[in-house]
Ligand binder design. Structure first.
Ligand code: SAM
Length: 310
């Protein structure tokens, strides 16, 4: 099987690029169609590569569990019948729960804030919404901020956890388009139960035959985002090991490569935990574009590693 790594964990640049080209040139048949329309703008969103990621999921599994949900790009592309979708970030899960329980409220949250912002002083109104979020972190403000902030990069100040991203230069999508997205996203995520949980608790719920897809905060590039501090990957590997012993399938996305093959984070993988490793291309890094003032960086093609316990 040509996608299996040699197990060394240290691919030379040539080997890596060959595999990336292989993935790009010959996309694996996926059981799902691509789904490009985003509900939230979220740094690290996997929506663009979700179809490829899903092509490596087992042909059959029971429940789908996504414990680092973020903007739910993989969940919505997969549209599973039964799923547990969780994240430790409470205001984010409030958005997802409202999508389910009160979609009109979600549409209203967006429409009222957009109306205020577009009625006059765009930046001033944005800053008021940001101040409201920072005084009392909540899903309604977060929803609008992620769609209207600069580069769609919701960023939190290290010192005090305040959301610090300035106003975006773009015009946020109109309320009608957003409302149409709400309907589509509600339909696609109807099988999921949304919960605020640490990943350890979420993965404990996995039973034999379930599939867990993990997309943890990146070790290096994402520690300033989502209020996440240092993320302990070793602990995650232990929890994945427990899942594997219970015959739960686990797929793990991990920061891969940037700048034509340089390894950004080279983590020691526990021996025997993963059976396969594939590379999934995910386009240009939004975070780097943000850091570089919106320039498009031709060399910043990012490929994620996808590690599979099956
Ligand atoms: C890389 S993002 C996931 C992106 C997602 N796949 C998407 O398509 O948008 C990582 C997510 O993990 C969440 N997170 C960070 N630490 C966590 C923890 N200990 N338990 C559960 N979720 C956590 C963050 O809030 C963030 O939403």
């Amino acid at each position: 099987m040509n996608r299996i790594s040699d197990g060394s964990g240290h691919d030379g640049e040539d080997g890596l690029m060959q595999r990336m080209l292989f993935e790009n040139d010959l996309p694996r048949a996926s059981p799902v169609a691509p789904f490009k329309t985003q509900l939230l703008k979220w740094i690290g969103s996997k929506q663009r590569s979700a179809q490829q990621i899903i092509s490596y999921f087992p042909n059959e599994f029971d429940r789908y569990i996504e414990p680092f949900l973020g903007s739910a790009g993989v969940l919505a592309t997969l549209a599973p019948k039964r799923a547990i979708a969780s994240d430790v970030f409470q205001p984010l899960i409030e958005i997802w729960q409202t999508l389910h329980d009160a979609p009109h409220t979600l549409k209203d949250w967006y429409a009222t804030r957009r109306r205020r912002m577009m009625s006059g002083d765009k930046v001033g109104e944005y800053e008021k919404i940001k101040a409201s979020y920072n005084a009392n972190p909540n899903g309604a403000d977060l929803l609008f901020l992620c769609r209207s902030c600069y580069g769609g990069v919701v960023r939190f100040r290290k010192a005090d956890g305040f959301m610090s991203t300035p106003c975006g230069i773009h015009t946020p999508i109109d309320a009608e388009s957003f409302a149409a997205r709400v309907e589509e996203w509600r339909r696609r995520t109807a099988g999921a139960s949304f919960q605020v949980m640490d990943y350890v608790e979420a993965m404990r719920k996995a039973r034999k035959g379930d599939l867990v897809y993990c997309d943890p905060p990146y070790k290096d590039t994402q520690k300033i985002l989502y209020g996440a501090q240092a993320f302990d990957l070793r602990r995650l590997f232990e929890v994945i090991g427990d899942c594997k012993r219970r015959s739960v399938f686990v797929a793990l996305s991990i920061d891969g490569t940037k700048r034509s093959g340089d390894l950004v984070c080279d983590i020691a993988m526990p021996n025997g935990l993963f059976e396969r490793e594939v590379f999934v291309s995910c386009g240009r890094s939004m975070l780097r574009r943000f850091q570089m003032g919106g320039q498009t960086l031709e060399k910043e093609i990012v490929a994620d590693r996808l590690l599979l316990t099956y």
